[in-house]
Design a protein around this ligand. Structure first.
Ligand code: NAP
Length: 278
């Protein structure tokens, strides 16, 4: 089965919109999302445009604060503090990557953890790893929703995650542990990737290497989630060799049209949850 991320994302957005419509009716308030965009890096411009469009469609008050790439770290932190104190703002997102004069950690740490819709603040990271309530990074959250759609009870399943980034691999592992999976994380220094991957009832590839995962790396009837976005010529491909692996997997996400659309839908979900929590 090919998992249709676009369709799942649309269903999630519809659900979010319904809830926001009700909240608006009852309390005359809607969630607000502010995105800070620094510089003119083309992919960031596209991501932010999509985020803004999707937020507006579900009824979130969306605002983009744009700065030139020379902006100082202090200026950005000043703006974040202002947004932290603004009651109309439920979520703050600083689009990465940042220019070299701006320290990513300092920026993330400046965001109120209750408005940290990306789930990157150390308090959210810590809460997630201690199994407490946390805002979870959007991409792994989207992956979990897609996995659970196909396999609602993950208890006892063996999940293999390829990649250990703070953005994807590590939070994905925490989420699957919370679901009572046995989790293996593999990375660039792992000795025998294929043997490890073959243990997975669930395989999540978040690597950034085109077509790394071959069909003889996955076992029959596994669920394969491909986070990778790699440009090969003029095509976008994932970390999984889709055409061969789809013959073996029980369910698999395509690239594009799999995890990507869920990432933005989960940003909207996180914004709504932050609004409700506050
Ligand atoms: P990252 O920070 O570069 O991390 C990549 C991870 O993969 C690292 O842990 C690295 O190991 C591991 N790795 C690299 N080469 C490997 C190899 N040959 N064998 C095994 N492991 C290897 O990347 P990321 O930010 O997690 O992103 C991963 C991919 O997801 C990228 O293609 C990115 O564009 C994509 N992405 C997609 C979405 C979406 O919405 N679909 C969102 C975010 C990112 P070491 O730790 O040992 O270096």
């Amino acid at each position: 089965m090919i998992i249709d991320g676009k369709k799942e994302a649309q269903l999630l957005r519809d659900k979010i919109k319904k809830e926001i419509d009700l909240i608006k009716l009852k309390f005359n308030k809607v969630p607000g999302l502010t995105v800070i965009l620094i510089g003119d890096f083309a992919p960031s411009q596209i991501y932010v445009k999509n985020k803004e469009k999707n937020a507006k469609e579900v009824g979130i008050n969306s605002e983009v604060v744009r700065y030139p790439k020379e902006i100082s770290e202090q200026e950005v932190i000043k703006k974040i503090r202002e947004l932290n104190d603004n009651d109309a703002v439920s979520g703050i997102l600083v689009q990465l990557p940042l220019p070299p004069q701006i320290n990513k950690e300092k920026i993330i740490n400046a965001i109120d953890p209750l408005k940290d819709v990306d789930g990157f603040h150390p308090i959210n990271v810590g809460n997630l790893s201690s199994g407490h309530n946390a805002t979870v990074p959007c991409t792994p959250l989207g992956c979990l929703l897609l996995i659970k759609k196909n396999e609602p009870n993950l208890s006892g399943k063996h999940a293999v995650i390829i990649g250990r980034s703070n953005l994807n691999g590590k939070p994905m592992a925490q989420l699957l542990l919370k679901e009572n999976c046995t989790v293996t994380i593999v990375h660039s220094k792992t000795k025998d990737l294929k043997t490890e991957c073959l243990k997975g009832d669930i395989v999540v590839a978040a690597v950034g290497v085109a077509n790394l995962v071959k069909s003889d790396w996955v076992k029959e009837n596994s669920i394969v989630i491909d986070v990778g976005i790699n440009k090969v010529g003029d095509k976008i491909v994932g970390d999984v060799e889709f055409d061969t692996v789809k013959e073996k997997a029980k369910a698999i996400t395509p690239v594009p049209g799999g995890v990507g659309p869920m990432t933005i839908a989960c940003l909207l979900k996180n914004t709504l949850e932050c609004f409700k929590d506050r």
